[in-house]
Design a protein around this ligand. Structure first.
Ligand SMILES: NC(=O)c1ccc[n+]([C@@H]2O[C@H](COP(=O)([O-])OP(=O)(O)OC[C@H]3O[C@@H](n4cnc5c(N)ncnc54)[C@H](OP(=O)(O)O)[C@@H]3O)[C@@H](O)[C@H]2O)c1
Length: 423
């Protein structure tokens, strides 16, 4: 294929030229400045807004890649002026295939996270976006085979392992980025395929780079918050009613723990769900969060019932002899596995319409909670009656953080293994 590359001296344009050569295409490039390019690449000097220069460039080509971007001092209507130039030059040269870059901020607000929704409201940004929208609209109405790639923030990272993700269904947040290498690959894939795909998002696969720090942070923070809340509630209630004695006091304590269970489930569901949604955009987030909360409440209900309703406070007020730490750890690992199975199965109900198989997710959740719950329990059993309240909450929170990081590992591996169901 003989390819014409506009903006060949730009950061993405240069990569497009190199990759096109590596894929065996002949390349002619347009640039306003002299370029250092491989010998076989023919460079024509000229402005992309000059229809004669562009028509000359396209003569004898099979497809065009446009990697032009706004440079300081560029006219405010550069993009809308570019559209008729490209259309006229392509028609004059009998060319039909074009791939070009705009940006994710061109998308409708439902595809954008809160930060981008806010930024796109700013007057100066709106002027720029309106101009680009005209470019998109003119090209899509031209009847040419146009692929418009809308990347989020561009990065200098190398190509991602999974390759660029090209999709028309994405929610772009600050965590998203697209390496220029991936963008160059997507541009060339588009002109090689030749299909008219309209505007699509392109980003480096969310499975790469940014996934692990974000997943560990979310799982760790969610369990830290959930367990700290439970510890604060326990200390507060102990100050308020002492060891629960009457039926009303026992129910007060019990209900408080069920509420903290719901909060813990909500934190985990939101933490995991918002990131899973980047891997599997059709995941129903509300259902996923609900599916995490319900088993969490159930687990707290079962776990707290014996100590709340069936243990009588000692008559002397002296601390009672508890089971050995090893027994607590063993029983809590078994309890964690059962709780993990419940949570995993309920979450799988939310996931199964969007992914091909949920088995790995359920198994990972069982393993994750079998390892994590003993840590939660250790944090709760280490302090004794003389430990100050702040230390009880800190110890519980610290062990909660460790527990969250622990279940993050198997569930994170399973999340990366989830394969989207073809819609
Ligand atoms: N940066 C981001 O995070 C981001 C995010 C989303 C989308 N994008 C979009 O991605 C695209 C590529 O970005 P990039 O960072 O790779 O671009 P870049 O490095 O800024 O390069 C832009 C190129 O366009 C050329 N150009 C501009 N106006 C021209 C004209 N009238 N005639 C001929 N050449 C012209 C420039 O040539 P000169 O060297 O002669 O000036 C330059 O080589 C841009 O459209 C940008 O808006 C960027």
């Amino acid at each position: 294929m003989r390819l014409a590359v506009l903006g060949a001296g730009g950061r993405t344009g240069r990569l497009v030229v190199a990759l096109a050569r590596a894929r065996g295409h002949a390349v002619v490039a347009l640039s306003r400045k002299p370029l250092v390019v491989p010998e076989e690449v023919e460079v024509q000097q000229g402005d992309a807004l000059d229809v004669e220069a562009v028509t000359r460039l396209l003569r004898g080509c099979d497809a065009v890649v446009c990697a032009i971007g706004p440079t300081p001092g560029a006219p405010k209507d550069q993009d809308s002026r570019l559209a008729p130039v490209l259309i006229e030059a392509m028609r004059a040269s009998g060319l039909r295939r074009l791939a070009l870059i705009t940006g994710a901020m061109q998308a409708e607000p439902k595809h954008l996270g809160a930060f981008y929704r806010r930024v796109t409201q700013a007057e100066s940004v709106r002027v720029f976006l309106d101009d680009r929208r005209q470019l998109e609209q003119h090209l899509l109405a031209s009847g040419l085979e146009v692929t418009i790639l809308r990347p989020p923030r561009l990065s200098a990272r190398g190509p991602s392992l999974d390759g660029p993700e090209v999709t028309d269904d994405a929610r772009i947040t600050l965590l998203d980025s697209c390496s220029r290498e991936d963008l160059a690959r997507a541009l060339l894939d588009a002109v090689e395929a030749g299909a008219r795909t309209g505007p699509v998002f392109v980003r480096s696969s969310p499975r790469d780079g940014a996934f692990w720090p974000a997943w560990l942070l979310r799982c760790g923070l969610a369990e830290f918050l959930g367990i700290t809340l439970a510890a604060v509630a326990a200390v507060g209630l102990n100050r308020l009613v002492g060891e629960p004695d009457s039926t009303m006091e026992r129910w007060l304590v019990y209900t408080s723990f069920l509420l903290t269970g719901a909060a813990e489930g909500a934190f985990i569901g939101l933490g995991q769900g918002t990131l899973l949604k980047r891997l599997v955009p059709s995941l129903p987030l509300g259902t996923f969060v609900g599916a995490t909360m319900l088993p969490a409440v159930l687990a707290w209900a079962v776990g707290m019932a014996p100590s709340t309703f069936f243990v009588e406070p000692s008559a002397t007020g002296a601390p009672m002899e508890g089971p050995s730490t090893w027994l607590v750890l063993l029983v809590s690992a078994a309890g964690g596995a059962v709780g993990g199975a419940l949570i995993g199965a309920a979450q799988a109900l939310a996931l199964r319409r969007s992914v091909e198989s949920v088995k790995g997710w359920v198994l990972a959740t069982v393993l994750g909670w079998a390892l994590a719950l003993p840590l939660d329990l250790l944090g709760a059993t280490l302090p004794d009656a003389a430990t100050p309240g702040w230390l009880i909450a800190s110890s519980a929170g610290g062990f909660g953080l460790l527990a969250g990081l622990t279940f993050a590992v198997p569930t994170g591996l399973a999340a990366l293994g989830l394969r989207r169901r073809r819609q």
